[in-house]
Design a binder for this molecule. Sequence first.
Ligand code: NAI
Length: 251
Amino acid sequence: GKTIVITGSSSGIGAEVARLARFHGATIIGVDRNDPMVTVDGFVKADLSDPSAIDAAIAQLPQQIDGLVNTAGVPGTADRDLVAKVNYLGLRHLTEGLVSRMPKGASIVNFASILGAEWPKRLDQHKTLAATESFADGLAWLANNPVPQETCYQYFKEALIVWTAKRSFSLFMQNDIRMNSVAPGPVFTPILGDFVTMLGEERVKRDAGLMKRPALADEIAGPTVFLLSDAARWVTGVNLPIDGGLNAVFI
Ligand code: NAI
């Protein structure tokens, strides 16, 4: 079986990905700041906003990792620096720290959002940020190019989509490692209430209403587990919407 590391495994979508991948026979190692709520085979408690805590977590993770699912994230109601660190800089730091433990065919899935759909509008910025080489360099770049609090969640989901695409190319060329992002629409998890605070009830109700309802977490887990599997071995560098068609409404 495969060994899959899942961040954000103690709630919502991450917990559901853990459950489904484990059902399919994978060994699941969870990483979260909170204790697990579903069965996992191993667990590392870590604050994924802090690069030294991430390094300490890396030291406790297995030597061979076949899959990495970066689900941990905070909403835009959190401070913009925390959003930058958890949703983007820390995610990159963890991923780069684990790449050398991944065999050929390994798969990485990064959790973006439909709220990252406008990445082409700021492509140059996102490419420049993607080219920064470390957590500290990224933080320094952001100090000179501050992101407004009101749109920080969207900004770092956009940045994640662009980094995933750019970095996926070298990962596949060098070692047959695949990396994709997924972009859920509204999903019934604890974070949904924060999106209502962030965007207003009207907007969230409109989006969810267009698709009849928010997704259930297992409707997000299914395509994620597909991307982890060998059935997806020629799929890399893409951003997969998982939103009941919400993205198509805006075309
Ligand atoms: P959730 O709030 O249920 O779970 C997030 C998990 O991340 C929690 O277990 C939390 O403890 C962990 N986490 C947050 N900050 C952390 C830190 N500093 N260190 C370690 N762990 C930390 O949220 P949900 O819905 O499961 O979201 C998962 C991902 O999907 C997030 O990246 C979110 O932005 C994204 N997403 C969610 C949508 C939704 O409607 N639920 C829609 C689109 C994207």
